[in-house]
Write a protein that binds this ligand. Structure first.
Ligand code: NSS
Length: 426
């Protein structure tokens, strides 16, 4: 490993330094070659002057390909003309490994960029987005740790649908039918009887046919479940969590935010007091904006885009009709005791949460009505047979939240190797 990285060079002005990295840009003016070198922390311009280096170094610099891995040694100087304000005046330049005909050019189209995602992830955009993603997850863990939650690890091979059969990936599990988990929720509900307040970060899988800018077939799902907790308190935890993550990213990942044109101040100033509107109010807003939606329908991608476009901060939509929500939600009259958290500016849903049905008979009735085999859910029903408690929880899509924070065009830009219906390679 390296002893220091490009970001550490500001402490070494005037010294002789060595650096390993990749050739990011190259320009040549006669006996002078400028090579911008990239590493995991930033970029630095190296100047290779014929008179300062031996013939071999100059030859290597002249023929160096974009994305070749390189070694440089030289003196570090301040230079306001260089990107980042520093320049390394080379005494030695070596190619570690060449990169002939690197497949990304100025005019490479978006589909090809995705086909060669293993190369595209070397871009600065990609580095900034992936680091901000780490920031979101660090902020979330920091929050739950401060709140005294226990982190648990739920299975990915499961035997039942948590979120309806329509988006299940099924597989052969030694002759039995199994699925890739859509949610850790049902298993977290079991865990609260030991740990009371739990959270997990687990990949979730959805065979979503909808090809939108906010659907993945595999995403990182941050879920929490709390014993002795009703829906109002559930929403308070959600708004505190999202605020904490935003404050955390605003403080520690300001460079990443600025890279995407986002002002860290917005995130630093966020307060955990999100507006709440009802499903009925949401329908009125949509109808007043000319969307042809009827009471009783769920919101799709297009509806959420219109619904959220004029809001400045995240907000909750509450009291959905029970018919469009999951079997496990507690109900009150014809409504589910639940809320979705919507990101403003057209970005749409980032959290789905609810109070859970704690009545055994009501759960059995709903599972039968949905055509489910009770034997598959016996373990889940046991949770209502033995010391059932009022409880609530929610699930947050990490990439959905990140897409909104960075204002990225497509959710796939939030993944190192995005998985969508059309894409399993690379
Ligand atoms: O289906 S959810 O609304 N709710 C659940 O899965 C609950 N069982 C979670 C829980 O209470 N423990 O999904 C939760 C969130 C949703 O708001 C999105 O942010 C994200 O998961 N989500 C997705 N992100 C990316 N791609 C897809 N396809 C996707 N589906 C859900």
């Amino acid at each position: 490993m390296k002893d220091y990285y490009i970001k550490d060079l500001t402490d070494r002005i005037g010294e002789e330094v060595e650096m390993l990295g990749w050739a990011y840009r190259k320009r040549r003016h006669g006996k002078l070659v400028f090579i911008v070198i990239r590493d995991s922390t930033g970029i630095i311009q190296a100047s290779v002057k014929r008179e300062n280096v031996d013939e071999e170094s100059f030859e290597e610099a002249k023929t160096c390909d974009i994305e070749a891995s390189v070694y440089v040694k030289g003196e570090l100087k301040e230079d306001s003309r260089a990107p980042g304000g520093l320049e390394l005046s080379c005494k030695e330049f070596k190619i570690v490994s060449p990169s002939p005909d690197f497949p990304i050019q100025e005019d490479t189209g978006p589909e090809v960029l995705l086909d060669i995602r293993h190369m595209t992830l070397r871009s600065i955009d990609s580095r900034m987005a992936m680091r901000a993603k780490m920031g979101v997850i660090q902020g979330a863990r920091d929050f739950f740790e401060k709140k005294g939650f226990t982190e648990v690890y739920a299975p990915i091979f499961v035997g039942v649908a948590g979120e309806g059969g329509g988006t299940l990936f099924s597989l052969d599990y030694f002759g039995r039918k199994a699925y890739l988990s859509q949610t850790a929720q049902l298993h977290l509900e079991a865990a609260i009887f030991q740990f009371e307040n739990v959270y997990s970060l687990t990949p979730s899988f959805r065979a979503e046919k909808s090809r939108t800018r906010r659907h993945l077939t595999e995403f990182y799902h941050l879920e929490a479940e709390m014993a002795w907790c009703e829906e109002d308190e559930n929403e308070r935890i959600e708004e505190e969590l999202v605020t904490h993550i935003c404050n955390f990213v605003g403080e520690r990942y300001a460079e990443e935010l600025r890279h995407f044109g986002q002002d860290p101040k917005y995130y630093l100033d966020m307060e955990p007091k999100f507006e709440r509107i009802t499903y009925d109010e949401a329908i009125s807003i949509l109808q007043s904006k000319g969307v042809g939606i009827e009471f009783g329908s769920d919101f799709g991608f297009e509806e959420e885009k219109v619904l959220t476009e004029d809001f400045e901060h995240p907000f909750f939509v509450k009291n959905f009709p029970k018919g469009i929500k999951s079997f496990y939600m507690k109900q009150k009259g014809d409504r589910a005791v639940c809320a979705d958290l919507e990101a403003p500016g057209g970005y749409g849903e980032i959290i789905g949460g609810s109070q859970r049905e704690d009545d055994l008979n009501l759960l059995v009735e709903r599972l039968l009505r949905e055509g489910e085999k009770l034997e598959n859910y016996e373990w889940y029903l046991d949770l209502r047979r033995y010391g059932s408690v009022p409880h609530s929880g929610f699930g947050l899509g990490i990439e959905r939240l990140l897409r909104w924070i960075l204002k990225l065009e497509h959710i796939r830009d939030c993944c190192l190797f995005p998985r969508t219906p059309a894409r399993i390679y690379p």
